[in-house]
Write a protein that binds this ligand. Structure first.
Ligand code: N01
Length: 500
């Protein structure tokens, strides 16, 4: 017998918890958060590799409605962000709403009842009026298909599932990948290991990270004057938004950033051959530009080797590069990123008329404003397709999406409708507008990045300013949506059964 709740949120990362807090602030308490893991925190729980930290300043990488006067650094380390999320959960009384070990395997729309029916591993089925996915984009580790990987007799793990039980001290280690995760892992373990091979397939554009400790006097000021904290946050927001102009409005600003990155590399790496191997050949910003002040020093340490000849295969002893040289190692860390096209694909989501979301997405993942998919009423995706950013904090995007969901709920309640569904033509138009806006941008300038799917279509980036996104998601444009009159029908018996 299914339990019945009004709203189900899937996932307890930044998106799911933010949604829950705002629901409570609006006086809506009939919701649960289903989390498949044993603790909350999403990507900031999973990514606990040494050196993991945020590359967006702390003031902006937090909720606007729950600002934190106690950040210890300008760029917060993972543990502090995870603690912040746990603190938010406590402060806003989310504990009773959280259910752990509850993996949603399928969601099916029941047209007659106007409700979603969820199958949940480790729990009874659940019936809900509104379903919000807060599972985000970077949660399925990408394990590369490299010949012989299974035959390696040492230890292999992905950066997002770090083996804390394993002491790397004195080991020979290989790190595969030099993206945002790789450039943080390498300096953090370089001094501890006996030898480190860094396998770089494509170099990244890197700028120094202007990190520093936040001083006691600043903490005191923020504690006494919350307006000062808001001001600090606004300053970061507008400076990143200004930086974003180079991505979104005037491509002419990109070479300026590229020059800065090139000069930084020249200053930090004297060896001409190494410098050449660390120099990207694609435009700045095409792949995510990275902030790191310790990656270049780390790859120049005597016990560290940058391998750029490409991975040929794995052997039981180690890795053979494409020129045939075998490098024996004890442990391989795969800092090889995430499968962004996975999004909600591991769930069977069945909408109106038995339409399956995965089939709808077979020719390309897309959603209206990254949030709604036509034919899937009362389903809202947080951090859905094309809502990632190259220049600013995704927490801002999440908050915009949460406001959108809240206004959809107000609309449903206000007009007495049981379902809201985006019209196919509105979705087509907004998806096309995003793809049109991407034409000619740096993200489409020819490099291979995780922003693109296998066909080369960009499924990750919002190509305009975050202000524009905020304006588009502030409230629902009525003509873009179909509203079904009536109330959703939680079976009275089911509800009583659930209470009992
Ligand atoms: O993943 P990535 P990530 N052989 O996809 C290489 C967020 N994040 O986990 O560039 C050899 O960027 C691949 O090479 P190439 C942030 O949004 C945020 O580092 O494809 N190499 C690349 O170097 C970020 O963008 C923070 O040629 C292989 C690397 O692996 C996103 O997460 C911190 C390979 C993957 O880089 C993903 O970052 C960390 C192969 N077969 C992450 N396959 C913050 O600070 C892949 N690679 C907020």
């Amino acid at each position: 017998m299914p339990r019945s709740v009004d709203i189900v949120i899937i996932g307890s990362g930044f998106a799911g918890l933010g949604m829950a807090i705002r629901l409570r602030q609006e006086g809506r308490d009939d919701f649960i958060i289903l989390e498949r893991a044993a603790d909350l925190g999403g990507t900031w729980r999973d990514n606990s590799y040494p050196g993991c930290a945020c590359d967006i300043p702390s003031y902006l990488y937090s909720y606007s409605f729950a600002q934190n006067p106690r950040w210890t650094r300008m760029f917060s380390p993972q543990r502090e962000i995870w603690d912040y999320l746990r603190d938010c959960s406590k402060r806003y009384g989310l504990g009773p709403h959280l259910e752990y070990g509850a993996e949603v395997t399928s969601a099916t729309w029941d047209e007659a009842a106007g409700r979603w029916l969820l199958e949940v591993m480790g729990s009874r089925p659940i019936s809900c009026r509104v379903l919000v996915s807060g599972i985000g984009a970077l949660h399925v580790p990408k394990i590369p298909e490299i010949a012989g990987l299974g035959s390696f007799s040492g230890t292999t793990f992905h950066s997002a599932t770090w083996r804390h039980d394993l002491d790397l001290t004195g080991q020979r280690v290989a790190v595969v990948g030099t993206g945002a995760s790789g450039v943080q892992v390498v300096p953090a373990i370089a001094d501890r290991v006996k030898h480190l091979d860094v396998y770089q397939r494509t170099p990244a554009w890197i700028l120094p990270r202007p990190d520093r400790a936040i001083r006691a006097a600043e903490h005191e000021r923020f504690r006494r004057h919350p307006a000062a904290l808001r001001l600090a946050r606004n300053r970061v927001y507008w400076s990143l938004e200004a930086r974003g102009v180079g991505f979104t409005v005037s491509a002419r600003l990109q070479p300026v950033a590229e020059r800065m990155a090139r000069r930084y590399l020249e200053r930090k790496v004297q060896d001409a051959d190494l410098r050449a191997r660390l120099t990207p050949t694609y435009e700045f910003g095409c792949k995510r530009a990275l902030l790191s002040s310790d990656f270049y020093p780390a790859v120049q340490k005597p016990n560290v080797a940058l391998v750029t000849s490409g991975i040929g295969c794995f052997t039981p002893r180690g890795i053979v590069d494409t020129s045939g040289v075998e490098r024996p190692v004890d442990t391989v860390v795969l800092a090889t990123g995430f499968d962004v096209s996975a999004n909600v694909k591991h769930m069977d989501i069945v909408g109106r008329d038995g339409v399956v979301l995965n089939e709808t997405w077979a020719h390309g993942v897309n959603a209206h404003l990254g949030i709604m998919v036509s034919g899937f009423p009362n389903l809202f995706l947080l951090l859905g397709p094309n809502t990632g950013l190259g220049h600013s904090s995704v927490v801002f995007m999440i908050e915009s999406q949460i406001s959108f969901v809240l206004s959809a709920l107000r609309l449903l309640d206000g007009v007495g409708a049981r379902a809201v569904d985006v019209r196919p033509e509105a979705q087509e138009q907004s998806v096309q507008a995003v793809q049109d806006d991407l034409v000619g941008t740096v993200w489409q300038s020819g490099c291979r990045s995780w922003y693109l799917d296998d066909t080369g279509r960009n499924i990750s980036i919002w190509p305009r300013s975050t202000v524009r996104y905020w304006l588009r998601t502030r409230r629902l444009r009525r003509r873009d949506y179909r509203l079904d009159p009536g109330r959703s029908q939680p079976n009275r018996q089911i509800r009583e059964g659930a209470r009992a």
